[in-house]
Design a protein around this ligand. Structure first.
Ligand code: S3P
Length: 164
């Protein structure tokens, strides 16, 4: 079995995924870090050099490769689940867990972070709210939704383990 963490930037997918994998004895795969390794570039540099469309193609190609693998916890980038094709692939791969947080919480966590290219704009709050609204219909197709507000990564991982 595999577990796939989805949700917006800053929801804690990487931190929770890492802990979850340790506790379950599964391998941990962070899609952003994997794509960074493959390119030898940070996500922001991949966006700047090759464009967002390229990054999205790479996310899809990686998901295609992951079909058939087992005992993985996969942390996805915030945009990876926001397409029908990727969502179908993720459903083939494993159980989807949506780490849900209100826009205010996400903004607090990511507004000073320069590593997220999509939020390096004049009005990051407006961009965040619009993106979240567009992506919510995809995220909510997860098998399990966890409200992360005020919860530590440890307790989020515990909630996921209990629900397996
Ligand atoms: C993105 C989220 C990022 C990363 C890229 C694009 C998005 O991942 O994949 O900057 O479209 O929401 P995190 O969710 O880990 O920040």
């Amino acid at each position: 079995m595999n577990i796939i963490l989805i949700g917006f930037m800053g929801a804690g997918k990487t931190t929770v995924g890492y802990r979850l994998a340790l506790r379950l004895g599964y391998r941990f795969l962070d899609m952003d870090r994997h794509l960074e390794r493959v390119h030898g570039l940070k996500v922001a540099e991949i966006f700047a050099r090759y464009g967002e469309a390229h990054f999205r193609q790479q996310e899809t190609a990686l998901l295609q490769k992951l079909v058939g693998h087992n005992n993985l916890v996969i942390s996805t980038g915030g945009g990876a689940a926001a397409s029908d094709q990727n969502l179908q692939l993720m459903k083939q791969i494993g159980s989807l867990v949506y780490l849900q947080a209100p826009a205010e919480t996400i903004f607090e966590r990511v507004s000073r972070d320069k590593s997220r290219p999509l939020l390096q704009v004049d009005n990051p709050w407006e961009t965040l709210v619009n993106l979240l609204q567009k992506r919510e219909p995809y995220y909510t197709q997860a098998d399990l939704t966890i409200d992360i507000n005020g919860q530590s990564p440890h307790s989020i991982a515990s909630s996921i383990i209990k629900s397996l």
